[in-house]
Design a protein around this ligand. Sequence first.
Ligand SMILES: C[S@@+](CC[C@H](N)C(=O)[O-])C[C@H]1O[C@@H](n2cnc3c(N)ncnc32)[C@H](O)[C@@H]1O
Length: 322
Amino acid sequence: MAQTARALDVRTEFAADVFAGLSKSGQKELPSKYLYDDIGSALFEVITLLPEYGLCRAEERLFERHATELVARLPGAVVVAELGSGTGKKTRRVLEALGRRQTTSYYPIDVSPAALLRCEREFSGLPSVKLAGLVSPYLDGLREVARRRPAGAPLLVLFMGSTIGNLERPVMEDFLRDVREQLAPGDGFLLSADLEKPVSQLLAAYDDSIGVTAAFNLNLLERINRELGGSFDVSRFRHEARWNDRERRIEMHLSSTCEQNVHIRRAGISAEFRTGETIWTECSHRFNCAEVVRLGQRSGFRCDTQWVDSEWPFAQSLLIAN
Ligand SMILES: C[S@@+](CC[C@H](N)C(=O)[O-])C[C@H]1O[C@@H](n2cnc3c(N)ncnc32)[C@H](O)[C@@H]1O
């Protein structure tokens, strides 16, 4: 019953966001969180395996080298919360390292029920992990974890995969402050960020040769058709990855290949597209190490340690709440 009510809420919010994003007079846009329905989450898993997409392997290498050190830097029996956990595949090393000294309560938080289901399977054979998944937006989920944490138990929040880069720059600091508000002094926040690298490498990472990222992006239009009664003809849109030099980010767009009109019944909108007009669906910012430290400092943290992968420049920063 509660599940059905939540699904209805999600659909109502989806319809409202689609209406707002497609009725904009300038650049049309859709929030990137809607890329992750069951199909989108499965496609994202494939993206993490692509030769062009080095982020995930870089983070795995960092955990291979430093998970034990990370755990040694944390106090006693920590509770772990992960924002946008996906399947939690990479988190395994951290939880295994923690498991050598304690049983760990692990709260993966994600808007995708399918990803959380896979996450539960991933950890079902690990007796040192007590998992409680939360299908929820990041901050609502974190508030719930803060309510549930036993008094005095330190918290470690993970925000991996450079997912911070999906937020617009002015919003990042506010977001980190909101995270900090849910923490107690001394709690840890592991923040990962993909670092600047040649643009050609980044464009390939978001427009791979076999078209998985294109399918991931186009699936959003199919999701609108499935869930909101949309009339998108997906063959009339194409995936586009662009580098925005001023903002230092990759942008994913869906570009209309002709003049067309699309009706979305449950969102109550008819959207017109000119040839070449795009819907902006995701941004993925790039960072340098110093700005991640500054971002943490401005949001109420100090940076304890930063680990950097040199093969695919990528940083994990262990921030501690002041
Ligand atoms: C880029 S993927 C990263 C997945 C995983 N952390 C990793 O490092 O591979 C982003 C994840 O965050 C989830 N997500 C996106 N927006 C969200 C939001 N607003 N609240 C909660 N989860 C969200 C997606 O469903 C997806 O699993």
